[in-house]
Design a protein around this ligand. Structure first.
Ligand code: GDP
Length: 453
């Protein structure tokens, strides 16, 4: 970890950024960057942009741009760091990196800056994982939740619980070490109270992952319906633009059309499908088979029915496919005289929405119903939602061990029974903060990062 690393941290826009971290960071950037004010970059104040010229490895002028130095320990990685903020073409960035490599710097690996920050105690593991969430966030709400976690929302509450458990275990250890002394019954009562409170908090946090995952990943949702029910029109109205071809010729949508739509606070991955009907056309049949498969894998089915027509055999395929699935019946074409008898739908669907995909009338009701149907009501995005499977699993394990310790304390078992389970909980919590995590887990976590972060 003593070597100096560099990577392009921003590219593809008018301005690109190269980050450098390690003992040689400031020296290496100083070697390729000459401040216009004539004083060496190595002497510049920390965190202040300096204007100057950037040279390639042969000393030829490459750009007129900015550089900035950050002196340890108050840096992202905890090491000396420097950045070059130059023009963003691949040519400039590659040549600038090459120039740095010629001064003893090597290419950074994926996530290596954040890994160094973690190893240098600049952030806990849950904060580092939140950095990744923030980079990959697809909605503002997901970003807000990740930002709060990056600032310690998960890490600090886990740390607090862990510290309290450690204090309790230390007390019990004292008793185990002096077995001849009487055990104060208050100690068991206090331990039980703490374990009770911690167990509930841990289960609450672990269970929030169900919603946290929806926040981070979005929800797969499929639009099913017979040909001409108005599926493509519904998709276009959801998107607010013409994406799918709308015609009154049945069988127009043959393949799956996938789009992301923000509904309330969540991202729906909506798939429009081929209309379900009996067909002899093999291409259309292949599309119908795909629609059926897609429906199985989706978290929500929007089952579209043409309200201006009586229920037909083709609608029965939609009813059958939606059975047992989380689904909303969309009774479309309310702007036309209604023919469909709803009774059959009421038997199967908990939610029926009347709307006109063509005019938009009734769409609001559908939009407000979708989040509630998938169990995602109004939420504050203050970092409380666990969005990470690894953390959720560790929280669940900690909760189980805490509960077992609680049972031991309540039953007045020997102190070592309480200690054993409490220590299991402490270890599981340490996996979240990073204190008891294995090297291979750390490697896996950071390998998911992009290079430059
Ligand atoms: P799909 O085959 O289920 O995708 O159906 P489309 O979205 O292609 O629509 C089939 C036909 O129904 C088109 O002529 C649409 O303009 C029409 N349509 C769709 N939704 C509505 C609606 O709410 N009201 C009316 N009047 N027509 C609609």
């Amino acid at each position: 970890m003593n070597d100096t690393i560099a990577a392009v941290a921003a590219s593809g826009g008018p301005i690109g950024i190269i980050r450098v971290s390690g003992a040689q960071a400031i020296g290496a950037v100083s070697a390729v960057f000459s401040p216009k004010n004539g004083s060496p970059l190595a002497e510049a104040a920390s965190q202040k942009l300096v204007y100057g010229t950037l040279s390639d490895k042969n000393g030829h002028l490459l750009d007129a741009c900015y550089a900035v130095v950050f002196r340890a320990p108050h840096t992202y990685t905890g090491e000396d760091m420097a950045e070059i903020q130059c023009h963003g073409s691949t040519a400039v960035l590659t040549a600038a990196l090459d120039a740095l490599f010629a001064h003893g710097v090597r290419q950074a690996e994926a996530g290596e800056f954040t890994r160094r920050a973690f190893l240098n105690d600049k952030m806990g593991l849950s904060e580092a994982e939140a950095v990744h969430d923030l980079i990959t966030a697809r909605t503002v709400e997901a970003a807000q939740n990740a930002a709060a976690q990056m600032m310690g929302a998960v890490g600090s509450s886990v740390q607090q619980m862990r510290d309290k458990l450690l204090g309790m275990v230390a007390h019990f250890h004292a008793i185990v070490d002096f077995p001849d002394e009487d055990i104060d019954p208050i100690l068991f009562d206090d331990a039980a109270a703490l374990l009770h409170q911690t167990t509930s908090q841990l289960y609450r946090m672990a269970e929030s992952y169900e919603r946290g995952r929806i926040l981070r990943e979005g929800v797969p949702c499929v639009i099913l319906g017979r040909p001409n029910a108005g599926k493509s029109t519904l998709l276009n109205t959801l998107l607010g633009r013409e994406r799918a071809i709308v015609t009154d010729i049945p069988g127009t949508t043959r393949d799956l059309i996938e789009e992301n739509v923000k509904v309330g606070q969540i991202l729906l991955h909506v798939t429009d499908t081929a209309g379900l009907r009996d067909t002899t056309d093999p291409v259309e049949q292949a599309g119908i088979d795909r629609a059926m498969a897609e429906a199985s894998a989706s978290a929500l089915i929007l089952a579209v029915f043409d309200g201006s027509k009586a229920i037909g055999e083709e609608d029965m395929l939609v009813l059958a496919r939606s059975a047992g699935h989380r689904a909303i019946a969309v009774l479309n074409k309310t702007d036309l005289p209604q023919q469909l008898d709803e009774e059959l739908l009421k038997k199967q669907f908990a939610h029926i929405v009347h709307l006109s995909a063509k005019t938009g009338e009734g769409m609001d009701r559908l939009l407000s119903l979708i989040p509630r149907t998938i169990g995602f009501g109004e939420t504050a995005f203050d970092g409380a939602l666990i969005t990470n499977a690894r953390q959720a699993a560790a929280l669940a394990r900690a909760a189980e061990r805490c509960e077992a310790a609680l049972y031991a304390a309540q039953c007045g078992m020997t102190p070592d029974a309480v200690v054993m389970d409490a220590e299991g909980a402490i270890a599981a919590l340490g996996e979240i903060t990073g204190e008891t995590v294995t090297e291979s887990v750390v490697t896996r976590i950071f390998s998911d990062f992009c290079v430059g972060k």
